[in-house]
Write a protein that binds this ligand. Sequence first.
Ligand code: ACO
Length: 247
Amino acid sequence: MDIRVLQPSDLPLIQHANLENLPENYFLKYYLYHAMTWPQLSYVAVDVSRPQKTPYDHPTIVGYVLAKMEEEPADGVQHGHITSLSVMRTHRRLGIAEKLMRQAQLAMVENFGAHYVSLHVRVSNQAAIHLYCQTLGFRNEKTELKYYADGEDAYSMRLELSDLRLQVEGERKEVKDAKEAKDGKDTEDKEEEDKDEGEPVGEAGSAASVAAAAAAAAADKDKKVKVKVGRALGVGELVERVESKAA
Ligand code: ACO
């Protein structure tokens, strides 16, 4: 199973899964609004045991979480909201919903610094209530009467993300410290390298040996060495021939 961020091309499949699993359905443009406005927050579970045979095959999406940030929070506190979550019947009770929810929560903190996440759930939805309260630690804030179109009440739930914020801040600090330590070490190494370049290194680096090497090079320049030219190839005859004598 692969949990990955939702892509716009997944939207018709998400809409299909939503129609299969929930009575609360939305126009495609509402999904698109989520994907375009908060592209980091919504995730899909893809069954990769049945890979695509051609590039035109669509992925087997078995679950999704559609999430957003509250645009005008009444309490003025930056927080996320779970718009919709569902897992196909064939893939339930495998921990997929839990993973999707945790991934969305992490993304809310990492990308938007969310302080908490909220959602609504039907008072009769035992599976979802177990997931939210027992598994993930949400608490029921209040009951909203006749929240749903068919007249059913909703629990309005929320989960504080302070632990997750601390964890993310800790991880970021670790990365920052490690980077600073690495940058500091690189600077030290560079200084050491630069220092080396200016110093005489062994015998070759001393002023006396540099002067001796220069004198030897000058002497080499004046020294004449006899070399064989390509007489065997007939070249010698050509270059040595004096044209006036020949005439
Ligand atoms: N009854 C009791 N507990 C259940 C049930 C169930 N039918 N199904 C799952 N659980 C428990 C699991 O045992 C697990 O508990 P544990 O952590 O104590 O072991 C926990 O819930 C999480 O289980 P997952 O395997 O992660 O959940 P799953 O992938 O099966 O998905 C979901 C749960 C999303 C509620 C699924 O049943 C579903 O799609 N239902 C229909 C759609 C729906 O109700 N969506 C939520 C609507 S609310 C909203 O969208 C904001």
